[in-house]
Design a protein around this ligand. Structure first.
Ligand SMILES: Nc1ncnc2c1ncn2[C@@H]1O[C@H](COP(=O)(O)OP(=O)(O)OP(=O)(O)O)[C@@H](O)[C@H]1O
Length: 233
């Protein structure tokens, strides 16, 4: 289990994460939602130690996360992670050379799933195909937890559906997934747990299936309600 405990972070004098506590379990898809600037990317960057934090702890299976643990976590940030001059094949070779936990068989399955060609050059690909290529590289690495920041941003509905459908295949095995997205409707049916961030704080953590059954509300309803916009949005 990956646990974030009482995590607080400031940028200069501004506190952007405030006593964040939650956990990710294997086999569970957790969706991180919140309006622009709520702190979703900062939280992911902080977990991955791309930016320092001031208070709190991040634990993996009960022990504080160390640099040796980072091959158990894969992060797909909200930007292209592959040098644009590379072909898909070159990027796969690069990953195979530098990451001991690269799984070539998995990469071949994902190429097929995402309908990508090995000779395609990243620079010449559409945004949607680049998003698929990023996921291809990330998911070809064996890891226990997957952190995805806005994997659907700027991507057409069919490509979004194709990407989202990866969660229903066994290509993810039993990873714990944290996914930050504004495209909530695309993954509503796949999400086990939701964390609602507002201004650096968790203001609600819930199981959408439970909320649907007991309150008749969707994830978007809960988000709108939290911000007092039941009628508009
Ligand atoms: N490098 C930085 N320096 C200073 N402040 C920053 C920096 N990065 C982010 N922030 C601030 O931290 C807060 C959280 O930003 P963050 O990008 O994490 O939000 P987000 O929820 O991911 O937003 P979005 O949905 O727009 O991607 C914002 O107030 C933002 O201005």
């Amino acid at each position: 289990m990956l646990e974030v405990k009482q995590l607080s972070k400031t940028y200069g004098k501004k506190r952007v994460l405030e006593e964040i506590t939650f956990s990710l379990k294997p086999n569970e898809v957790t969706c991180l939602i919140g309006l622009n600037g709520a702190g979703k990317t900062t939280l992911m960057d902080t977990i991955m130690r791309l930016t320092p934090y001031q208070e709190g702890d991040i634990l993996l299976d009960g022990q504080s996360l160390t640099v040796d643990d980072f091959d158990r976590l894969t992060y797909v940030p909200d930007k292209n992670i592959i040098p644009k001059s590379m072909t898909i094949q070159q990027a796969l070779d690069y990953h195979g050379t530098y990451f001991a936990h690269f799984n070539e068989k998995r990469a071949a399955e994902l190429l097929d799933f995402f309908k990508l060609e090995r000779e395609e050059v990243i620079a010449k690909m559409s945004k949607g195909n680049r998003a698929r290529a990023n996921l291809l590289m990330a998911l070809s690495l064996e890891s226990d937890y997957l952190l995805l920041d806005e994997p659907f941003s700027g991507i057409d509905i069919l490509t979004r559906e194709r990407i989202a459908s990866i969660f229903t295949t066994d290509l993810l095995e039993n990873r714990g997934v944290l996914i930050a997205t504004h495209e909530i409707q695309d993954i509503e049916h796949l999400v086990d747990k939701v964390i609602l961030l507002d201004d650096g704080r968790i203001i609600r953590e819930f199981y959408p299936e439970e909320v649907r059954l007991t309150e008749g509300k969707s994830i978007v309803d809960v988000l709108k309600e939290a911000h007092g916009h039941e009628e508009i949005y």
